[in-house]
Design a protein around this ligand. Structure first.
Ligand code: GLN
Length: 289
C-alpha cells in the first residue's frame, strides 16, 4: 500500500480486503482497520465500511501492517488489548496482557470482594496495570483502594496512561515505584496482595520465541529456576498482609509444588494451586493466619 496514492480514493471495505491479503488473516486485518479508522468498536467500524479513509488513517494502517508483517505481536502493533472488562494501552515497555492473568485477577478480585467494609489491595509489578486496574474497576468505587507498583519506570508510564483511561475508578488507584514491597509505604498492611511476577527460568526452552523476542525480559526472567522473585515476594508478604489477608500469585506451570512449599514455609495457611484454562498450574494463593 502507498499512503499518498490511496488518499481520498479508498474505502475501509477495500482497505480491509487489501490488508487481509497482505497479512493472510481477515480478523486481524479487521482489528488493524478498526484501530486505524479510529472506530470505538466493531459495530462502528462496520457502519463505516463505505467511507473513504483519510491519508493519515491510511498511513497509520500502512505502518501497522508493516510492523505486523515484520513479526511484531498483534497486541503491540494495535497498541491496545482488552483484559477482562477494560481496554489497556500496551507497548513493548510491558508484557502483553494474557488470558491466564485474567484468572489471576479473578481470584484476587474474589478475595478482595469478600473483605469489608473497605479493602486495600496491592498489585506488585503491575506492568500495564492489568490486574490492579481491573480490581479497581470491578469492585465498589466507594470502598476500594488499589496500590500498583513496578520497578520499571517505563512500565509505570504505561500504567499511568491506563489509569487515565479507566474512568471514575482511577481515583482509587495509587502508583508507587520500586521493587516488590519496597515500593510501598512502610505503614500500609494489605487485605490482598496480588502479582504476576517474572517466573521464567533463565535459558528456559519452554518460552515461546515471539515472547522472548518482543516482550520485556525484566518482566519474564527470574533466575535459574524462575523463582527468584516469587521467593522474595513470599518471604516479605506476611509482614505486609493483615491477619487473614491473601497473597495471590501467577506462577509457571511447573512451579506448583515448589511454590506451595514456599507458601507453607513462610507460614501461609490454606495454600492452594489452581489451574488455568489450559489445565496447567498457574495460580498460587495462601492466607496469612
Ligand atoms: N506467561 C508468560 C509466558 O511464559 C510469562 C509471564 C511471566 O513471567 N509473568 O509466556
Amino acid at each position: 500500500m502507498n499512503a499518498e496514492s490511496l488518499e481520498g480514493t479508498i474505502t475501509w471495505r477495500e482497505l480491509w480486503a487489501e490488508t487481509s491479503n497482505l497479512i493472510g488473516d481477515r480478523a486481524h486485518a479487521r482489528w488493524l482497520c478498526e484501530v486505524a479508522s479510529g472506530s470505538v468498536d466493531g459495530d462502528e467500524f462496520l457502519a463505516r465500511l463505505d467511507e473513504q479513509a483519510t491519508e493519515r488513517m491510511v498511513g497509520h494502517l500502512d505502518a501497522m501492517t508493516t510492523r505486523l508483517r515484520a513479526g511484531e505481536p498483534l497486541q503491540y502493533v494495535l497498541g491496545e488489548w482488552s483484559f477482562r472488562r477494560i481496554t489497556l494501552a500496551v507497548d513493548r515497555r510491558v508484557l502483553i496482557p494474557r488470558p491466564e492473568t485474567e484468572l489471576v485477577a479473578e481470584v484476587a478480585l474474589a478475595k478482595a470482594a469478600a473483605v469489608g467494609p473497605t479493602r486495600l489491595v496491592a498489585d506488585l509489578g503491575t506492568g500495564s496495570g492489568a490486574i490492579g486496574l481491573s480490581i479497581a474497576h470491578e469492585l465498589p468505587l466507594d470502598s476500594t483502594m488499589v496500590w500498583i507498583t513496578d520497578a520499571s519506570t517505563e512500565a509505570l508510564d504505561v500504567a499511568r496512561a491506563n489509569i487515565a483511561g479507566l474512568g471514575p475508578a482511577g481515583v482509587n488507584v495509587r502508583v508507587a515505584h520500586g521493587s516488590w514491597f519496597d515500593a510501598l509505604p512502610a505503614e500500609l498492611v494489605f487485605d490482598v496482595v496480588v502479582a504476576n511476577p517474572p517466573y521464567v527460568a533463565v535459558g528456559s526452552a519452554d518460552l515461546e520465541v515471539s515472547v522472548g523476542d518482543w516482550e520485556p525480559h525484566a518482566a519474564l526472567f527470574a533466575g535459574p529456576d524462575g523463582l527468584d522473585d516469587i521467593r522474595r515476594i513470599i518471604a516479605d508478604a506476611p509482614a505486609r498482609l493483615r491477619p487473614g489477608g491473601w497473597l495471590v500469585l501467577e506462577i509457571g506451570a511447573d512451579q506448583g509444588d515448589a511454590v506451595a512449599n514456599l507458601l507453607s514455609s513462610a507460614g501461609f495457611v490454606d495454600a492452594e494451586i489452581r489451574r488455568d484454562l489450559a489445565g496447567l498450574d498457574r495460580i498460587a494463593l495462601g492466607r496469612r493466619p
